[in-house]
Design a protein around this ligand. Structure first.
Ligand SMILES: [Zn+2]
Length: 410
């Protein structure tokens, strides 16, 4: 800690009983040559008196907890006649913590759950959270989004009992911009507002990657008329994966033979063959020659994924169209309606084909969007014990917002 000539360490006291190192600091006359009145900016400030002694948790000294102790001086401004307490240059964004201590605590918090960091530091996790909020809020408010042109949005916390969050990301800079509670069209209005506050502009956004939810489509249409909408591979495929799952449930519900065969196979159909466990692979070998409609639906899903290997958008269009045709033909040929979810998926693909093909034209990288879900799981682990979206959002900005933290600039 560099104190300059305005402050001086006068004493180091070790208190054996409390295992505490006290670092006593006092102000020097040079302080008043540098001091500026916080009220009027005037540089003629003179020493007035001292405020009661205060303490700041500092970095440990040789593994002993250390505190800075100082009675901060009060200055009297000769310009506006106001008396104020001088700010300690070592003070962090939290009252009672030094900047060095905060920096170290934040380093720990990047690596582990806040609770755990609190145990290591001997501070309550509430105190650490308050510090994190202070840094994240300040750094986030000063962010510039003026270069943001490719935006992605996705909904997090799909599970029941959680608040939905819509997360907006900058796909070029690969950073999280904003998380807003909700998943309806109004979240786009919020994004537009924040864009304005951060020097961005809706007209500058040229590409937006979203899932096919009507609410998002409406929000984009209303607020981002200039943008090309891209329905990314991740969302298209996951909708079809969901359709396969519905087929499985329909088939198992209606047919007792199929029910016994399909028992405990839901994960098998959700994965790609490359990611099957040995057990799932064996299961597949047993099932593959059975006339299961679920197996057919699964084959359809794999075929759809292969359409993404097409080198050009025109070739991809032909593959998607052929896929839709195939799915509809099979669905119509089946006397029972089990393939109905797949037929609906084909309709969805057809309706959104231009946006799906934008994947080839725009060169948008959707890897960051795909990774967002696992990133968010990591965020929830760090915020363990704190489920409200306020905590999750702060942690999300902290780990994925590319913020400058610790942040003391303003
Ligand atoms: Zn003044």
């Amino acid at each position: 800690m560099a104190l300059g000539d305005a402050w001086q360490v006068t004493q180091m006291n070790y208190h054996e009983k409390e295992q505490l190192m006290e670092i006593r600091v006092t102000d020097m006359p040079a302080l008043w040559r540098q001091e500026k009145c916080p009220h009027c900016g005037c540089q003629t400030v003179r020493g007035y008196d001292h405020a009661p002694e205060r303490r700041w948790r500092h970095l440990n000294v040789c593994q002993i907890q250390a505190e800075i102790v100082c009675a901060l001086p009060r200055g009297e401004c000769l310009g506006c006649a106001k008396v104020y307490t001088v700010r300690a240059p070592w003070e962090g964004r939290s009252r009672g913590l030094t900047q060095e201590f905060e920096a170290f605590a934040l380093t720990l918090m990047r690596e582990m759950p806040v609770k755990k960091a609190g145990e290591i530091l001997g501070e309550t996790d509430q105190k650490l959270w308050r510090m994190l909020f202070a840094h994240v809020d300040a750094a986030w408010k000063d962010l510039s989004w003026e270069n943001v042109v490719w935006v992605g949005a996705d909904e997090m916390n799909r599970k029941k009992g959680h608040n939905y969050l819509t997360v907006f990301v900058d796909l070029q800079a690969k950073r999280v911009l904003l998380a807003v509670e909700g998943k309806d069209a109004s979240v786009w209005e919020r994004f537009t507002e924040e864009l304005g506050k951060h020097n961005g502009h809706p007209q500058a956004i040229t590409q937006i990657a979203i899932d096919m939810s009507p609410a998002y489509k409406k929000g984009v249409r209303e607020h981002f008329g200039n943008a090309t909408v891209v329905f990314d591979k991740f969302h298209v495929v996951s909708q079809v994966v969901q359709a396969v799952d519905e087929v499985r449930r329909l088939e198992a519900r209606t047919d007792s033979q199929a029910r016994s065969e399909l028992t405990r196979t839901s994960w098998l159909w959700r994965k790609n063959p490359e990611t099957w466990t040995a057990k799932e692979g064996d299961r597949w070998t047993q099932l593959k020659d059975k006339p299961l409609v679920t197996g057919l639906a699964y084959a359809m899903r794999l075929q759809l994924q292969r359409a993404y290997d097409a080198p050009t958008a025109a070739q991809a269009r032909a593959r998607f169209e052929a896929w839709c045709h195939w799915v509809r033909t099979e669905a119509a040929a089946l006397a029972v309606g089990w393939l109905e979810p797949m037929r609906k998926a084909a309709d969805m693909v057809e309706r959104h084909l231009d946006g799906i093909l934008a994947h080839w034209q725009q060169g948008l990288t959707t890897a960051f969007m795909e990774g967002l879900n696992s990133l968010f799981s990591a965020v929830k682990r760090r915020a363990r014990g704190y489920r409200s979206s306020e905590y999750q959002t702060a942690m999300l900005y902290f780990v994925a917002g590319k913020l400058e933290i610790p942040y003391y600039a303003k």
